[in-house]
Ligand binder design. Structure first.
Ligand code: CP
Length: 321
């Protein structure tokens, strides 16, 4: 573990943007070495004893919040889950003041999810505490990108590949509002994968090709053709302030992943989804529940290991910063 720690010098994890291949490898190697803890009968190690982690979620979450809490607890850290609904933000305190007050209690890491894109970078410019971005608006969700990359890495032998180079990953659906798509595209491109953004033109970021080095496809069938990895995205209705689609039923008909459409991908292609899934909208139940194709719950298990790795590395792990 010391070796991995020595390769990690960042104070925060704000995004996949700017992470080198070596830094991604350090995070993934650390996650792989920690994930066996989650398979033990006694799932606890003393690694972060005496460390304090605060989880602060301004948006709903099942997977990310639970796994950050479990990650801290399985490594013996003290974990505080702050309820935003009962915090003094509701009384008009600014976000920066709230964080400055939490910092005064000397936590080791603050994990935060917030609906505003870029807010973690703003806070990092004003605070000393280590920050982890657990999703900021439509900007980034780096631990989701890392857990997805770890899940793909696990499946490279089955996909008969020895690296990410040339691997075709189709990220399909509401790309415009997706921080998951952004973090994955940044990480996967840096590892040498070929990334496709696949979705209706109303749900595609402007100039995606130039910004992310991806190819853009406006027909699902075209985007799926020969893909090794099919990553489906939920319609992020909570980020839509006007209608982007004629109807959900029509979206499901043209953009939903069915077993028939999946036949267009590589015969061994794996299917991913960050969750929460909307069965029958962006993905059919027959695909979600297909044990030969769906790796959706493996993503969740890897999420716990990746978050353990992130907390471990940001809590210092004996490295001087
Ligand atoms: N994938 C993801 O971030 O899930 P949650 O919103 O449940 O955390």
């Amino acid at each position: 573990m010391r070796t991995a720690g020595n390769l990690w010098t960042r104070k925060h994890l704000l995004g996949m943007a700017g992470l080198s291949k070596e830094e991604i490898a350090t995070l993934l190697d650390t996650a792989v070495s920690l994930r066996e803890v989650n398979r033990r009968e006694i799932k606890k190690v003393p690694t972060l004893r005496g460390k304090t982690i605060i989880n602060l979620f301004f948006e709903n979450s099942t997977r990310t919040r639970t796994s950050f809490e479990l990650a801290g607890k399985r490594m013996s850290a003290d974990v505080i889950n702050m309820s935003v609904a009962s915090s003094s933000v509701q009384k008009g305190e600014t976000l920066l003041d709230t964080l400055a007050n939490l910092q005064a209690m000397n936590p080791d890491v603050v994990v935060m999810r917030h609906p505003e894109s870029g807010v973690l970078q703003f806070l990092a410019n004003h605070l000393n505490t280590a920050l982890v971005n657990a999703g900021d608006g439509r900007h980034e969700h780096p631990t989701q990108g890392l857990l997805d990359i770890l899940t793909i890495q696990d499946h490279l032998p089955l996909l008969e590949r020895d690296s990410f180079s040339g691997l075709v990953v189709a990220i399909c659906g509401d790309v415009l509002h997706s921080r998951v798509a952004r973090s994955n595209a940044l990480g996967l491109k840096s590892l040498g994968a070929e990334v496709r953004f696949v979705g209706p033109s109303t749900l595609m970021p402007n100039q995606a090709e130039e910004a992310f080095g991806v190819t853009v496809h406006h027909r699902l069938e075209e985007g799926l053709a020969g893909a090794h990895v099919v990553m489906m995205l939920r319609l992020q209705n909570e980020r839509m302030n006007s209608p982007y689609l004629p109807s959900v039923r029509e979206y499901a008909e043209f953009w939903g992943l069915t077993r028939n459409r999946l036949r267009l991908a590589d015969p061994k292609a794996i299917v991913m989804h960050p969750g929460p899934i909307n069965r029958g909208v962006e993905i059919s139940s027959e695909v979600v529940d297909d044990p030969d194709r769906s790796v959706i719950l493996e993503q969740v298990a890897n999420g716990l290991a990746v978050r353990m790795a992130v907390l471990y590395l940001l809590c210092g792990s004996g490295v001087r910063r």
